[in-house]
Design a protein around this ligand. Structure first.
Ligand code: TYD
Ligand code: MG
Length: 460
């Protein structure tokens, strides 16, 4: 019989080593290796990495592969269907991550409630008792008959039950509580989570069952331990949101069946998560009049433009090394933008503390935020509000040029719909087709700029 062996696995990236070491060579993070005893696979058990039943694979040209449109089911929760790329795909495995208490269990229970009698479903809970789930379902006002639950944490027994019961949709809440008999490592450890998830992915592909896996996120943002899960599943959705805010954002971080960065917006109410179908309004804070340090941008998350407010506070620093704090924005990008502002905009902010915040707990990852961030910073620096009803977007380059961003017209239309009167945009993003109305959409005047200095002249 083969001996069991010890392996050291990185909690961050899942890389394996035979000896302990302080730093992971694969991802460069310190002190993340933990020890696991890996039992030899039992006779007859599937090999660790291969798929079961893949006895002899054959090479085929793609022209001979029968294609079928993926079978999608609309869940009936519009914002979730949008994030999934138009509904739930048969046989897909979706990982739903987020901080504890953000609403993962609530959302998935609502999913099963919305599916109702249309698709047979099973909710497997390793965290809450069946009584707790029933109480929550009642509070959410769901019809209880189609909801069926199983309190189980052993993946082999879950699969056995599922094989007998044949649900079309399976929810596993949460993957961190699930363990497999083939390993002796503790539940929640990287190897347990990875093996259990692999078993479930295999089950989904073999039977065409759609599976939702719930995963908790650690403080530093990785789904506890197994970043490797992200590679195994078809889609990864993250719940984001500010502590204390009732809005919850569901973002597609990876999606084999739809657009990434697609954003679904929900509000937590006493009846569970409610959809917010027109979310632009919630990311604009309600000022009574023009305020210094506030600028509005149009970001495009996934396939939908969104109006978002950027706030900046610039203040004389008492530190030798002034603070640069970016919330909802990348820190390094802010440092770079401030350097460009100094060099090409003539604003000396090097001795100032700079704080930038994106309102509503949203995280903006695209470069279209560059120009509005600089406008907000400059406005706070001068303590002078930007013109009323002004909106802006555009990437700022190191030589002070303003570069275009994708889908300019769509962004402009969203801003015009919400009553903005002036837009500062990159030259290539200004509408071209109608010569007569070149610098207007509806009531909104469009000012195209090529250099940062031109943009700053407009708001002087
Ligand atoms: P939950 O779904 O249990 O979070 P997770 O599974 O991500 O850990 O969310 C629970 C939180 O949501 C809890 O703080 C209470 C709140 N909540 C409501 O405000 N309204 C509701 O109808 C429900 C069910 C929960
Ligand atoms: Mg939960």
């Amino acid at each position: 019989m083969a001996k069991s062996k010890t392996a050291y696995v990185c909690n961050q990236c899942g890389a394996e080593y035979t000896k302990w070491q302080g730093q992971c060579d694969a991802c460069g993070v310190w002190n993340t290796l933990s020890e696991f005893v890996i039992e030899p696979a039992r006779p007859g058990a599937v090999k660790r990495t291969g798929y079961a039943g893949a006895a002899q694979a054959k090479i085929v040209p793609l022209t001979e592969v029968a294609t079928e449109a993926e079978a999608r089911t609309r869940i009936g929760i519009g914002e979730l269907d949008r994030v999934l790329g138009g509904g739930m795909v048969e046989g897909s495995v979706v990982l739903v991550g987020g901080d504890p208490g953000i609403g993962k269990s609530t959302l998935l229970l609502q999913v099963l409630g919305a599916l109702g009698e249309r698709l047979r479903s099973l909710y497997v809970s390793g965290e809450e008792s069946l009584a707790q789930i029933a109480a929550r379902a009642q509070r959410l006002g769901l019809a209880l008959e189609p909801l069926r639950c199983l309190a189980e944490t052993c993946v082999e027994r879950i699969v056995d039950n599922a094989q007998k019961d044949a649900p079309r949709v399976l929810v596993i809440d949460s993957i961190q509580t699930i363990w497999t008999e083939t390993l002796t490592a503790a539940p929640g450890s990287v190897s347990q989570v990875r093996e259990s998830a692999a078993r479930l992915v295999r089950y989904a592909k073999e039977t065409g069952t759609s599976i939702f896996l719930v995963g908790h996120v650690t403080k530093d943002g990785g789904i506890a331990g197994p970043r490797v899960l992200e590679h195994m599943v078809d889609a990864v959705l993250y719940f984001e949101g500010e502590v204390g805010s009732r809005f919850r954002l569901l973002r597609a971080f990876k999606n084999r069946f739809g657009a990434v960065n697609e954003l679904g917006v929900f509000a937590m109410s006493d009846k569970g998560l409610r959809e917010v179908p027109n979310p632009s309004a919630i990311f604009l804070s309600a000022h009574t009049g023009p305020t210094p340090g506030s600028a509005v941008m149009v970001t495009r998350e996934g396939t939908r433009p969104l109006l978002v407010e950027v706030q900046a506070l610039v203040d004389q620093s008492s530190l030798g090394n002034p603070r640069r704090v970016a919330l909802g924005l990348e820190q390094n990008r802010l440092a770079m933008l401030l350097a460009v502002l100094h060099r090409h905009g003539g604003a000396a902010v090097y001795d100032q503390d700079v704080f930038v915040n994106i309102v509503g707990g949203i995280r903006v990852q695209e470069t279209a935020a560059d120009l509005p961030v600089l406008l907000a910073v400059l406005s706070s620096f001068r303590d002078r509000p930007l013109p009323d009803k002004l909106v802006a977007f555009g990437e700022v380059g190191l030589s002070g040029e303003i570069r275009p961003v994708p889908n300019g017209e769509e962004r402009l239309r969203e801003a015009a719909t919400h009553g903005f009167l002036k837009a500062i945009v990159p030259k290539a993003n200004a509408p071209k087709h109608s010569k007569l109305n070149q610098n207007k959409i509806g009531e909104m005047e469009i000012v195209a700029v090529e250099r940062l200095s031109e943009a700053l002249d407009i708001v002087r």
